[in-house]
Design a protein around this ligand. Structure first.
Ligand code: HEM
Length: 554
């Protein structure tokens, strides 16, 4: 094309001088991005307030975004507004090396072994949230999920002092911190306006409380099992511990990353189930069969609910709460024939990529079965991206997935639900920075009759996901396990299944102890592959030359 010859990237013209496309963007950021991609394709530039931005959609352009190094693509520019909330020198306000050490320090509390600890607390929070529901009533679903997920986060991450002793004070602090997240803070984070002053006071108050709890915990012989404690015990590579500012900032960072993302997704799961009664029946059937009316919701049991899990994946495809991920270009780079300059911004837009018919069959249709069968549509990692991708993929994804499955394993066995308004009136609110169902979002509940459970409740878990390619291999085919280190964030789900094959070093990096799979271990290794939240593991037939193709990166 003529554009390719002179290396001028495709550009969407129009918009106002100075403001550029600001008005179109502000009206509906998703529709804006979708139209640009529909009109111009996977790679197009436009201007917003004088800034050149590249919109990247589809697999190839997304690969450029997710596979870029921290030196090439700077995350911090996009998250500057969070600095007063997380704190100075924290995460996106730290140099790359320090930022990555800090991000890694969150991992131990989001890994498999920690999840087993969190799971009981999460289930207890769900039970407590509905304890006073009575036989029937009406709720605002978005508000309900926000309250529930801030309680689980404060319980599992901050710990019982904040969840119980300081719960009212924490609610006020959190409210003031949240009010500090405004588009204004992108450009003028320290404007002397009341809401920013309240934000700063709340941040300081939180740090004071954190400091007191650190001191109190020093004298306790039995230490709690929350993220707070894990951060107290953590050290930088040079042996330095975290100070109170850093512990506070990292806890706040984890809570902000996980709160509205989880609450909006959980709300959408119920809305989509109520819009699709046939799918709701299947999910209920699966839960009833696995747990009956009284079976325990545990980390282990929630691994065996493929139908619910596929509903959740499909909700995240059509309603990813983070609709634009941003990086600033720190070193000029190329995409195909095009030059991208230092200072440009790159945007990945998961909801637009998720609706490309070249990547997803009938993309507008809500169809959880697209993730079952022989070619599950979430296996192309640069296409299915609700948790982002590459090195900075969401490290809380196992926490989020378990939490939402646990919420519905409790709710759907206790209550029946109905939409209050017409189904098509429940839509995404794209004006929110973290996209949620539009408020008000009313649903009705009614206690479920005990007699509606099949009599033989609590049967064993359903068979492993059907269509698993390894089940079709002949017994005699020898298999190799392959690890893609770039995708692995060290969640350690695999160690839980097959500890003799995997080890985690002190840096949190996973290693293979051996690669050849013996027949007796196959089932456990298939689980290790299936439960890896980052799809960093594969089983491959070992070929004669023993060559294993480069690990799946696409
Ligand atoms: C990063 C989505 C829940 C912690 C991300 C990113 C996405 C995402 C898209 C990548 C951002 C980027 O590349 O700029 C989600 C969704 C969630 C969820 C859809 C729920 C359904 C959680 C939870 C936690 C969490 C529950 C923690 C408890 C993080 C952290 C990062 C992150 C620490 C930064 C990772 C890094 O940069 O290395 N999340 N998230 N998230 N998320 Fe989540």
């Amino acid at each position: 094309s003529p554009a390719a010859k002179n290396n001028q990237p495709p550009e969407a013209k129009g918009g106002l001088p100075l403001l550029g496309q600001m008005l179109n963007f502000a009206r509906n950021p998703y529709q804006f991005a979708k139209k640009l991609a529909d009109d111009h394709g996977e790679f197009v530039s436009f201007k917003l307030m004088g800034q050149r931005i590249f919109l990247l959609t589809g697999e190839e352009a997304s690969t450029l975004f997710y596979r870029g190094t921290d030196e090439q693509l700077d995350q911090s520019a996009a998250y500057k507004l969070m600095t007063p909330i997380f704190g100075e020198g924290l995460i996106f306000d730290a140099p790359n090396d320090k930022k990555n050490q800090q991000l890694k320090m969150l991992m131990p509390s989001l890994r498999m072994d920690a999840m087993r600890n969190h799971s009981g607390k999460i289930v207890q929070e769900v039970e407590d949230a509905i304890a006073d529901w009575g036989d029937s009533g009406e709720i605002d679903l978005v508000d309900f999920m926000k309250r529930l997920t801030i309680n689980t986060a404060s319980h599992c991450l901050l710990g019982r002092e904040f969840r119980y002793e300081l719960s009212e004070e924490f609610a006020e602090i959190y409210h003031d911190l949240e009010k500090g997240v405004s588009p204004l803070a992108y450009h003028f984070p320290n404007l002397p306006i009341p809401r920013f002053r309240q934000r700063d006071r709340a941040r300081q108050r939180l740090q004071d409380l954190v400091g007191k709890i650190v001191k109190r915990r020093e004298s306790q012989s039995e230490k709690p099992t929350d993220m707070f404690q894990s951060l107290i015990d953590m050290r930088y590579e040079d042996g330095t511990p975290l100070d109170d500012n850093e512990i506070t900032g990292m806890l706040v960072g984890a809570i902000f990353a996980g709160h509205h993302t989880s609450s909006g997704t959980a709300a959408w799961v119920l809305l989509e189930l109520l819009k699709h009664p046939g799918i709701l029946r299947n999910v209920r059937g699966e839960l009833d069969e696995l747990l009956g009316s009284r079976g325990e919701v545990s980390f282990q049991s929630m691994r065996e609910v493929p139908q619910l899990e596929n509903v959740l994946k499909e909700v995240l495809r059509l309603h990813p709460p983070l609709i634009i991920l941003m990086r600033k270009v720190a070193q000029s780079m190329r995409f195909k024939d095009y030059q991208i300059e230092e200072g440009d911004m790159l945007w990945a837009v998961p909801p637009v990529t998720h609706r490309m018919s070249s990547l997803f069959d009938n993309p507008e249709v809500f169809d959880p079965d697209r993730f079952a069968g022989e070619n599950p549509e979430d296996k192309r990692l640069m296409a299915y991206q609700p948790f982002g991708g590459g090195k900075h993929k969401c490290s809380g994804n196992a926490f989020a997935m378990f939490q939402i499955k646990a919420i519905f394993a409790v709710l759907l066995r206790r209550y029946d639900f109905d939409l209050v308004e017409s189904p098509q009136s429940y839509v995404d609110d794209y004006k929110e920075m973290i996209v949620q169902p539009l408020s008000p979002c009313r649903v009705r509940y009614r206690r479920r009759a005990e007699s509606s459970f099949a009599s033989e409740f609590g049967k064993s878990a359903p068979a492993a996901a059907e269509g698993c390619p390894f089940h079709q291999q002949t017994e005699s085919a020898s298999l190799k396990v392959v690890l893609d280190s770039h995708l692995c964030q060290g969640h350690a789900m695999c160690i839980g299944e097959a500890p003799e094959y995997f080890s985690l070093d002190e840096e949190g990096q996973m290693h293979l102890i051996k690669t050849d799979v013996i027949a007796a271990d196959r089932e456990r290794l298939e689980k290790a592959v299936r439960f890896c939240p980052n799809q960093a593991l594969r089983l491959e037939a070992s070929t004669l030359g023993g060559s294993s193709k480069a690990a799946a990166s696409k």
